[in-house]
Write a protein that binds this ligand. Structure first.
Ligand code: LIP
Length: 253
């Protein structure tokens, strides 16, 4: 996973440099970014297939590919934070989760601009490059910060968002919207903020993040408090002290 991500990241960084130049051109960057997305995904698939022939895939661009080994599946987002990437904002990541019989057993989130590689394997802890991570120890919600995603035009959940955000705003030291779900979860694992929640999210945005948070000692559920994050597209991730509190504020009705 690391080899694949590092290899794909080299091209991605080059493309990001190009996007930064394109910001001032009238031609627009969308087509260029879609091809960067596809290229990165193809390369990741190629590398992972070489390492583990037979595993299946669920990919943002290519959809589902059933492998000859039906127990294992890679869940891939080649650029999580595409809107940031498109606007030349250096906050995006490659996200790869590995699922075995429906359970995420390994995850990697790589922020190539800052060379921050987050990785976790079930039972082995979470690491940022070589450093072991632990979720933050803050227990007071009024001293805590939380990240979320804001649904944009064409997405469901606007009403719901307008209801839940003020609750967290009023209780906490701040709400952030950075625009990359996988990095939001990696930051929870790293103790940079206490929690993150979002609705209308896809499996490839959060698969890797789930194990990063868990192996760093945090909790992850869907917004009903269950374990159907990938199928429901809702997620609440937080440190062990504050997961219950955050869930009570953003719980699905
Ligand atoms: C994006 C997420 C972002 C979320 C958006 C979108 P993409 O993923 O990471 O945080 O709010 O809804 O899903 O589309 O850049 O891979």
């Amino acid at each position: 996973m690391m080899n694949a991500a590092r290899k794909a990241a080299r091209g991605l960084i080059r493309d990001f440099g190009e996007v930064e130049n394109l910001q001032v051109s009238l031609k627009g960057t969308s087509d260029f970014v879609s091809s960067a997305d596809l290229k990165t995904e193809r390369l990741l698939r190629q590398e992972l297939e070489k390492a583990r022939p037979g595993f299946g895939f669920l990919m943002e661009e290519g959809g589902e590919v059933i492998g000859s080994d039906t127990s294992h599946r890679w869940i891939i987002d080649p650029i999580d934070g595409t809107t940031n990437f498109l606007h030349g904002i250096p906050h995006f990541a490659i996200s790869i989760g590995l699922e075995r019989d429906g359970e995420i057993i390994a995850g990697l989130v790589y922020d190539p601009v800052h060379d921050e590689l987050y990785h976790a394997e079930k039972g082995g802890g979470t690491f940022l490059n070589d450093r072991r991570l632990r979720v933050s120890a803050r227990r007071k919600i009024e001293e805590s910060i939380f990240a979320t995603g804001i649904p944009f035009k064409g997405r469901d959940g606007h009403e719901d968002f307008l209801e839940t955000v003020p609750k967290v705003m009023n209780a906490s030291a701040g709400v952030r919207r950075f625009g990359s779900a996988s990095l939001d979860m990696a930051y929870v694992a790293a103790g940079r903020y206490e929690g993150y929640w979002e609705t209308g999210i896809k499996a490839w945005d959060i698969a890797a993040g789930i194990i990063l948070v868990r192996e760093a000692g945090g909790y992850v559920t869907d917004r009903a408090g269950g374990q159907d994050m990938l199928t429901k597209g809702s997620v609440v991730a937080a440190n062990d002290q504050l997961h219950k509190t955050l869930l009570s504020l953003v719980k699905e009705k």
